[in-house]
Ligand binder design. Structure first.
Ligand SMILES: Cc1cc2nc3c(=O)[nH]c(=O)nc-3n(C[C@H](O)[C@H](O)[C@H](O)COP(=O)(O)O)c2cc1C
Length: 277
């Protein structure tokens, strides 16, 4: 039988009428699977799987403020718009605070005495505080940042921003910000090597990470403030810190109502006035 005749027979057979739609459906499903697993840019936009938020991979952008501009425009900002942050912004802030910059040894953006890395970074996300690429929101809760995988792991579900505000002597900016980054420290990781002197090293390191967040927030057009006034035990409980983790800083971050700007000239005039010139 010539092959064209055979094809004709198959095509018009009864069985084929059922097989064809099944084949088409299978093909569509296979294409969706291939797109999702191999082709979709999900690593760059981030995705959620169960209790793990795979943050968008950190970017080292060249089209943002210079370090000097970020230093000049950094200000403690306490007034935020009622707007969410994007998951990309959250990703950049966390990477800036304590992300990996030296893949061979796992060294980070913040310097650390003897590379002992005593800090643990948490984020308290408000309801509607962080939106993802497809315009859904991360579920409110407390998350722990794992810098090695650049993921957030859900610690506690729920909106704890009001409780955190109360624990921070009712500082409104803690309650109004879409996110609060909480820096905790495990002193023992550093004092094990440096004894009592390690205590001061830990405080220094919290300052480094805090300043990194300030500068990254400025570069992203966001505003933040470091908050040191809070009840340790209350914050520990709200965030669900482990026994050996001490809360050091709460850093609300939001979209500022007003950004701060200063010119080189204004700074020069100030310095020259002080010189008496
Ligand atoms: C260790 C420390 C603790 C701070 N605690 C608070 C705080 O609890 N609440 C607050 O609104 N600002 C707090 N700040 C921010 C300072 O008020 C702010 O840095 C200062 O007014 C200078 O303003 P600037 O950051 O815009 O330069 C703290 C700053 C530091 C360094």
């Amino acid at each position: 039988m010539p092959s064209s005749k055979l094809l004709y027979r198959i095509f018009y057979s009864r069985k084929f009428k059922f097989i064809l739609p099944a084949l088409i459906i299978a093909l569509i499903l296979l294409s969706i699977y291939i797109y999702n697993v191999y082709l979709s840019p999900r690593e760059s936009i981030g995705y959620v799987e169960g209790e793990i938020v795979y943050l968008p991979l950190p970017r080292i952008r060249k089209d943002v403020l210079s370090v000097e501009e970020a230093l000049a425009y950094r200000r403690s900002i306490r007034d935020y718009r009622n707007e969410s942050l994007t998951i990309e912004q959250l990703s950049q802030l966390l990477w800036a605070a304590y992300g990996i910059t030296e893949p061979r040894r796992g060294f980070k953006t913040s310097p650390s005495a003897g590379a002992t890395y005593p800090l643990e970074i948490y984020v308290v996300i408000k309801s509607g505080g962080v939106r993802t690429e497809n315009n859904t929101y991360l579920q409110p809760g407390v998350y722990h940042y794992d810098p090695y995988k650049h993921v957030l792991v859900l610690v506690k579900k729920g909106d704890f921003s009001r409780e955190l505000m109360r624990a921070s002597l009712d500082q409104e900016w803690v309650g109004s910000a879409p996110i609060n980054i909480v820096i905790a420290a495990v002193f023992e990781r550093t004092t094990r090597y440096y004894g009592e002197r390690g205590v001061r090293y830990v405080y220094m390191e919290v300052g480094h990470a805090g300043q990194n967040i300030y500068l990254e927030a400025t570069a992203l057009g966001l505003g933040c403030v470091v908050v040191g006034a809070f009840y340790d035990e209350d914050v520990k409980e709200i965030v669900g810190l482990k026994d050996d983790e001490e809360p050091m800083y709460i850093i609300p971050v939001g979209v500022p109502k007003k950004s701060y700007r200063v010119s080189e000239e204004e700074i020069h005039q100030y310095i020259l006035r002080n010189r008496g010139g």
